[in-house]
Design a protein around this ligand. Structure first.
Ligand code: 5AD
Ligand code: SF4
Length: 434
């Protein structure tokens, strides 16, 4: 294979993968490879993959097939959670050139060089956190940037592959996080979203995530802080208090619940109940009354009866989430739920998901409507489709379209003038007043 010079990283799945993809690109650039915008033009395509549901995994194989057909000599590197879960199996099944797991991607440039020489190029080792020390510093980012503070999961929900693909819960050290936050601000970020599979389990000594947020609040130039994804059992008092006290902590909480029924929650090994989730929501709302709540839901977990599913619907009615993700249960090899009896028929899952999504869409539309007429700050993140149009985010993480908006990177006071199911429209407050 000729020595590759250009690369393109394509990330699937969660925000952690987006972050990892950016850092892979930085590592490749630091080793002299040039990033290209289109995968067709790249000597190396890096597929940064997701394993969470079967559909996501199958997408990887169809993508590899498509790439091979289009450009047979292109080097293909598989990174991310499918790489970790399937390892050498991917090389056998799809003849890719490089396989690199989520804890080993600091070695990607070397693996690409190895593969170009025809040497085996597979690294799915899981050394704890060593990649962060080995990655180049952050250089240029957009107004809203991700920062991984915690990785892995020890919760072992019975449906979930994450504890196997991302390993045990590990927190990055406090100093390294603050240093990266400063570097991100120096590189153009005004908003940082702290990432972790269980981000609110982050700790260093006696500091919890709330304490980290209080310190980041004082980083000059950092206007907004967010974090995702959280587990109900790690919603500490300190973190809830931070929602009350820290102005730069945005009023948004993504707190997956999965089901509203206690028997299903037990079978999922969620280690919280419907009631304990609702009580946490009450406390968070007491601390920050305007908070937008988001959640994840799974329908059709093995054994879920119609009455148990109805408990999920009633929980949705009770909480009125501002946004949510909802999924059909997808059996994953190696997880306990995959071999549980009473797997639910696909058509039952389809029908339950439709009913759930109808209510979630109703609540999201109502939340969006309630912001019409309000003023809020919008961080402008990118240009829209038409000339003059700009797109940004409200404090509640809604997309806001601004006609004749200010440039990318502006934090602008906006009056919300209209709401659709998935986004808002606004005008900068100065022109609204004029
Ligand atoms: N099937 C369906 N959804 C799943 N999730 C995790 N594992 C599965 C699975 N096997 C969902 C959960 C989780 C989100 C990231 O993905 O709702 O919170
Ligand atoms: Fe998966 Fe449960 Fe861990 Fe979330 S908390 S990553 S759903 S095992």
């Amino acid at each position: 294979m000729a020595t590759p010079k250009t690369f393109h990283v394509k990330s699937f799945g969660c925000q952690m993968n987006v972050y990892d993809g950016e850092r892979m690109a930085e590592a490749m650039a630091a080793s002299g490879y040039a990033s290209v915008a289109s995968e067709r033009d790249a000597d190396v395509v890096v597929l940064n993959t997701c394993h969470i549901r079967e559909k996501a995994t199958e997408k990887v194989y169809s993508d590899i097939g498509r790439l091979r057909k289009g450009k047979p000599n292109q080097m293909i590197a598989v990174a991310g959670c499918v790489a970790q879960a399937e390892g050498a199996e991917i090389v056998r099944r799809a003849k890719v050139d490089v396989v690199v797991g989520p804890q080993a991607y600091h070695n990607l440039p070397r693996l690409v060089a190895d593969a170009a020489r025809g040497a085996p190029a597979l690294d799915t080792n899981m050394p704890l956190l060593s990649k962060f020390g080995a990655l180049p510093a952050r250089r240029r980012v957009g107004p809203s940037a991700f920062l991984t503070v915690q990785e892995g999961c020890d919760k072992f929900c019975t449906y979930c592959v994450v504890p196997y693909t991302r390993g045990a819960e590990v927190s990055r050290p406090f100093d390294a996080i603050v240093e990266e936050a400063r570097a991100l601000v120096g590189a153009g970020a005004q908003e940082i979203t702290l990432l972790g599979q269980n981000v609110n389990a982050w700790s260093d000594g006696d500091r919890d995530l709330g304490a980290l947020i209080r310190v980041l609040d004082r980083v000059p130039g950092l206007s907004r802080i967010r974090y995702t994804t959280s587990h109900p059992n790690d919603m500490t008092e300190g973190l809830i208090d931070a929602h009350r006290d820290v102005e730069s902590l945005m009023p948004f909480l993504h707190l997956p619940v999965q089901s509203g029924n206690d028997r299903i929650l037990r079978a999922m090994n969620r280690s919280h109940t419907r009631d304990s989730y609702l009580r946490i929501i009450d406390r968070v709302r007491a601390a920050r009354p305007d908070i937008a709540l988001s959640g994840d839901f799974i329908v059709g977990f093995p054994g879920e009866t119609e009455a148990e599913f109805a408990d999920t619907l009633s929980l949705v009615d009770e909480v009125a989430h501002a946004s949510a993700f909802s999924f059909k249960y997808s059996p994953r090899a190696g997880t306990p739920a995959a071999t549980m009896p009473d797997q639910i028929a696909p058509e039952v899952m389809t029908e339950r998901l439709a009913r759930l999504q109808e209510r979630l869409a109703r609540d999201q539309a109502a939340f969006n409507r309630a912001t019409v007429g309000k003023r809020c700050e919008v961080l402008v993140e990118r240009t829209g489709k038409l000339p003059g149009q700009m797109l940004g985010k409200s404090p509640w993480l809604q997309s806001v379209l601004l006609e004749n908006g200010p440039p990318v990177g502006t934090l602008v006071e906006v009056e919300i003038t209209a709401a659709g199911p998935n986004s808002l429209t606004g005008v900068p407050a100065l022109s609204a007043a004029a």
